[in-house]
Write a protein that binds this ligand. Sequence first.
Ligand SMILES: *Cc1c(COP(=O)(O)O)cnc(C)c1O
Length: 464
Amino acid sequence: MEYISTRGGIGAIGFIDAVLMGLADDGGLIVPRHIPQLSQDMLAKWQKLSYADLALEIFSLYIDGEIPHAELRKLIQTSYSTFRHPEVTPVRRIRDDLQILELFHGPTFAFKDVALQFLGNLYSYISRQNHSIIHILGATSGDTGASAIEGVRGKDGIRICILHPHGKVSKVQELQMTTVGDPNVLNLSVDGNFDDCQRIIKELFADVAFKQEYHLRAINSINFARILAQTVYYFYAYFRVAEQGVQAASVVNFSVPTGNFGDIFAGYLAKKMGLPVGKLILATNENNILERFVNEGVYEPSEFHMTYSPSMDIQVASNFERYLYYLCGENAGTVSGLMNAFKQEGKITIPADLLTQVQQIFAAYGVENDECLAAIGEVYSKYDYLMDPHTACGVAAAEKLANKAEVTVALSTAHPAKFGEALELIPIEFTHPPEIAALFEKPQHQTRVSGSNNAVKAELLRFF
Ligand SMILES: *Cc1c(COP(=O)(O)O)cnc(C)c1O
């Protein structure tokens, strides 16, 4: 399998080089040259597979022998053995037509573990193969940092440094990152906000000599390996619905809470591979750039809102360009042109015929803050099921837009206790799972730094 850039400016590379490159060197996003097509026969064969075996089949199509089969199987098994649920991502039926795909049974109680447990083990494998130490550098507003640290803590050949804005992540998120005592983990608590952390990371990555000397690698959601790992649970959920025999499960719709277009792009990829996906319902919060794109054909950031679903408080969706590439008929020249226009004019407007294509696949709804809390309260009282605010956006959007004669699976991206602040407002009482409660007793490890590149670089040099 060869990988290319959405902007056409890199030569074809293999899977491992695509993972190591992260963002394409020409500023585009990396995509497979061809999307593997599945036959009905293959889908039927996959129907009964365990989560790990299904992941092995799907990953093999994209890794294509670059990692020996037995080695890949081991990487996958190690990655998903850390999940608390034997099914990894179980499906809960709250009504026949509305089911919830629980993606939060990994170590940090948020869906990012599904991809980052695998990416951590993959980096460790690559480090062993290349006999070099990989340094991971990232910034987080909460979930990604905790999940990335959990994915690589204690692993040989990898050191990780995560910047978070001092005092601006939730208490549970801070504890998840900073109570890790492994010597290969460095938490920098930066005076400033998330944008300051992002800017520092960006500028350090732009320091080519520094980047190369230390083999600096990123973990953000534009890495193709993350998308690939997230594709698996769409298949898994489809098979669970199909085996219930409810209604005509000939197609299944998915409702996906998304900010960066990462999670929902994985669903789009599954559909393109041949999974019978009906509509992809794109759920956002008050930061609704993606909703406006789907409904109006204009992609343009607007005012930033703080919401109860902070992991979707995003203005520019870093994975959007991947979808744009397919929408433009895989024409890298068109994509480059649109992205340049976006840089210069601050927006992209697509013609009516393309908007029709978008709307054949996607429907979108931006959930307001009050609506989000109301959805949590309603589902709790009607179905005795407690959702976190991100999940609630997905369910509220499904209730609004889904065809009730078909089955819609709403993705649950975090455990409710992880965002307890919102539950207290409703109010709903909740208890922390024991793993989270235990964090409050552990010592914290973090270094506070000023928001300057030099201060951060000095800490990195001490750590590396
Ligand atoms: C990251 C995150 C999302 C959004 O994921 P995208 O990659 O932006 O689609 C949704 N919910 C939670 C809890 C998250 O951590």
